[in-house]
Design a protein around this ligand. Structure first.
Ligand SMILES: [Fe+2]
Length: 283
C-alpha cells in the first residue's frame, strides 16, 4: 500500500503567467518564493512552495503528495506498475523544478495527473502574504472523478486514504488527522476541482468575502459552513476558471480506530448547513 503523508503542492499550466501571478499574490494572498524557467513558485506556509504556475496548457493540472522517503517512492512505483498504471520517474531537472529530491508521476483511474514526492523543500524564511488574507497554509484539493466509487477504491486500497465522510457516493478522504486532504468531485474528465488554503479565523473568511466582492472576483460558493468537516468556507474563481477556497476550522480525526464515515445525502444542505448554494459543484 502507498503511504501518503500529506499533500505537497499543485502545479497549474497557464497561458498568461503575469495574470496568474497577479491573482495569486494580489487577490489570493500568496507570496512569490521564486520566479524562473517560465514558472512562478508561490508560498502559503513554511514550505518552499505549495503552488506553481508555469507557462503551459491550463488543462495541465497536477497534485502532489509526499511519501516518507526514496524507498517508499520506489515501492510506490512498483505497486502502481503492478496494477497497470505507467509511472514516470522524475529527472534531475524535473525534480529541481518541483523543489523535491525525487518524484514519480502517474495518472489515477480518472486520468488525473498525480505526483508522489520525497523530501520536498522547506524554507527557513517565514511566509508572509502579499495581502492580509490570514492564510495559514495549503490544505487540500477537490479532485475530479468520472467514477467516484471506483476512484474511492483506488485511493483507499492502492493508497492509504481513509474515508472521513461521504456525500452521496462522494468520498471526503484523509491521509493524516485532517478531515480531508482529498475530496472527490463528480466530473466528466480529469482536473483539479478546487484548491484550498486554510485561514486563521471566521473573520478572515468574511473579510475576504467583502474584499473579493469589491474587487469583482467571482464568488462561486459561500460564505458557508460544511456540515461534514465543520469548516467555514468561501469559494471563488481564479485564472483559467480554477476555483480556490479559503476555509477555517476543519475537524481533525484523532481516533482512527473509532471513526466511522458518516453518510450525508446528495443534496445542497450536505455542502452548506447555512443554506448557501454552490454554483460550481454539479449538485
Ligand atoms: Fe474544500
Amino acid at each position: 500500500m502507498i503511504e501518503l503523508i500529506d499533500i505537497s503542492y499543485v502545479r497549474l499550466g497557464t497561458p498568461d503567467l503575469g495574470l496568474a501571478e497577479d491573482f495569486a499574490t494580489r487577490v489570493l494572498g500568496l507570496q512569490v518564493g521564486e520566479r524562473g524557467g517560465k514558472s512562478v513558485y508561490l508560498r502559503s506556509d513554511q514550505r518552499a512552495h505549495t503552488l506553481c504556475y508555469y507557462e503551459g496548457d491550463p488543462r495541465e493540472q497536477t497534485v502532489a503528495f509526499e511519501v516518507r522517503d526514496a524507498a517508499a517512492l520506489d515501492a510506490a512505483a512498483g505497486v502502481l506498475e503492478s496494477i497497470g498504471h505507467p509511472v514516470h520517474r522524475g529527472t534531475a531537472s524535473e525534480c529541481a523544478a518541483r523543489k523535491v529530491r525525487a518524484f514519480i508521476g502517474f495518472k489515477d483511474p480518472t486520468g488525473n495527473s498525480v505526483e508522489l514526492v520525497a523530501r520536498p523543500e522547506m524554507s527557513g524564511k517565514r511566509y508572509y502574504g502579499m495581502r492580509d488574507a490570514g492564510i495559514t497554509g495549503f490544505n487540500h484539493v477537490g479532485l475530479n472523478s468520472i467514477d467516484p466509487v471506483r476512484d474511492e477504491k483506488f485511493w483507499t486500497t492502492v493508497c492509504n486514504a481513509r474515508v472521513s465522510d461521504r456525500i452521496g457516493d462522494i468520498a471526503l478522504m484523509r491521509v493524516n488527522a485532517i478531515h480531508h486532504t482529498l475530496a472527490l468531485a463528480p466530473a466528466k474528465g480529469p482536473g483539479i476541482q478546487h484548491v484550498n488554503h486554510q485561514v486563521e479565523s471566521n473573520d478572515d473568511v468574511m473579510r475576504s468575502f467583502y474584499h473579493l466582492t469589491e474587487q469583482h472576483v467571482p464568488i462561486v460558493f459561500g460564505p458557508g459552513r460544511h456540515p461534514t468537516s465543520g469548516a467555514r468556507f468561501l469559494y471563488f474563481r481564479g485564472p483559467n476558471g480554477m476555483v480556490f477556497e479559503y476555509s477555517v476550522g476543519v475537524d481533525e480525526i484523532q481516533d482512527e480506530a473509532a471513526h466511522r464515515p458518516r453518510q450525508f445525502g446528495f443534496e445542497p444542505t450536505s455542502l452548506c448547513m447555512w443554506g448557501s448554494k454552490s454554483n460550481f459543484v454539479p449538485m
